[in-house]
Design a protein around this ligand. Structure first.
Ligand code: NCD
Length: 398
């Protein structure tokens, strides 16, 4: 795209080279790619998210949270449809006292007067302290981060950029909340008698079960090729040792696991297997019975070309839909996740599954609020202040 031409050579570099420029002194400066979510950073963010979640339940905790970033303002620039990401970021801002504003329809901004997107972003950075953005253009957020870095180098005003969904490429904050949900599910904190005894109970049936995301089998189901949430979450999970991933999608070139992600996962030591039905078997046993975490997704019809539209319409999606019988094959602890929205016509997760104790998708969405608030605290270097406030207002345990 013409207006990003000056950043083209930067976009082509390997991720680890780029990521150095999106951080400062061990802290994120911008969040552009899920590959920035290292295990130590995830641990810090999950710890902050836990504190925010617990403080929010208590009136004095709630009040202290609202003072934490009351001096900051956020711009939510969402030119692609969004419900959960937009609203959970807005709620996260409200919890922390940040004022937020939004542009969702570029027709209401000066883009109609042919203002370039880059000028719009620079204007937002004049009025706000962070820009949280979603766009159908894959590398727009990344280019905005380069623009901010250039401004910083010229000692001009520069603010953090948060990628809240970029084309079909990346959705790092969804990966963050998915990881928060997975980490909470497999926490089994030994300092909590209730969590520790749950692990003991589960181990009677599943002796190999260990705490934490490592050593587990993750199944991703649906639109693997175009689901940015799948790409981002798989990238983060690949950092943990001894991880196995099952990808279950209809056999169509745009829906299958793409070669680039597959290669990345294999190079990271992940054992990757691909299937074309939830009823498939692996090593002579049902696939579903071997899964520790099930990640469902919808078919992303909005990305269909005309040709793909008719080809995909002809695919029988029944093998990729959950049913009560299929859920019954899962281990008793396996969380069922979905980034949502679910497709109410295809019904990859019918509502009858919602009452199953393993259905975690609504809790997962709520976790988005805590995880995104933790990210804002991190970006504004307020984690220590959060911790002090937590110690002040929360009754000591024990
Ligand atoms: C996802 C997205 O936008 O990529 N939704 C979300 O942010 N929770 C998934 C989707 O649209 O299918």
């Amino acid at each position: 795209m013409q207006e990003f031409a000056e950043f083209e050579s930067l976009l082509e570099r390997p991720l680890d080279q780029k990521n150095v420029e999106f951080q400062r002194q061990g802290r994120l400066k911008h969040l552009i790619s899920a590959s920035q979510l290292t295990i130590p950073l995830l641990e810090k963010l999950c710890h902050s998210a836990d504190m925010i979640r617990k403080m929010n339940r208590n009136p004095s905790g709630n009040q202290r949270l609202r003072q934490l970033l009351a001096h900051k303002r956020a711009m939510l620039y969402f030119t692609q449809p969004s419900t959960r990401t937009f609203l959970s970021f807005m709620a996260a801002c409200q919890i922390l006292g940040l004022t937020c504003n939004e542009v969702r329809d570029p027709k209401t901004s000066s883009e109609v007067k042919r203002e370039s997107r880059m000028d719009s972003i620079r204007m937002f950075s004049s009025y706000f302290d962070v820009i949280i953005m979603r766009s159908q253009i894959g590398n727009f957020a990344e280019c905005c981060a380069y623009l901010m870095n250039d401004l910083e180098n010229q000692e001009r005003r520069s603010v953090p950029i948060v990628n809240a969904g970029a084309g079909s490429d990346e959705h790092p904050t969804q990966a963050l909340l998915d990881m928060y949900t997975i980490i909470r599910t497999f926490d089994f904190d030994q300092s909590s008698a209730e969590r520790a005894s749950r692990l003991d109970q589960l181990r009677e049936q599943y002796p190999g079960l260990t705490p934490g995301p490592a050593g587990k089998t993750y199944a991703f189901v649906g639109d693997i090729g175009r689901g940015r949430t799948v790409r981002s979450l798989a990238t983060v999970l690949a950092q943990y040792p001894d991880v196995r991933m099952f990808f279950v999608s209809p056999d169509h070139e745009v829906l299958n696991l793409d070669a680039e992600l597959k290669d990345y996962l294999k190079r990271s030591g992940v054992m990757v297997e691909e299937f074309q039905s939830l009823d498939a078997e692996f090593n002579g046993q049902s696939l579903l019975g071997q899964v520790d975490c099930l990640y469902m997704t919808r078919i992303q019809r909005e990305h269909n070309s005309e040709q793909a539209e008719s080809e995909i319409a002809a695919i029988d999606l029944e093998p990729f839909r959950l049913t009560v019988e299929r859920v019954a094959q899962l281990k008793t602890y396996t969380p069922i996740l979905h980034p949502f929205p679910r497709d109410s016509v295809v019904g990859e997760i019918p509502t009858e599954i919602d009452s199953d104790s393993r259905a975690m998708y609504f809790r997962q969405a709520r976790n988005g609020m805590w995880a995104r608030a933790a990210l804002l605290v991190h970006l504004f270097d307020a984690a220590d202040t959060l911790y002090l406030a937590y110690r002040d207002v929360m009754p000591a345990r024990g």
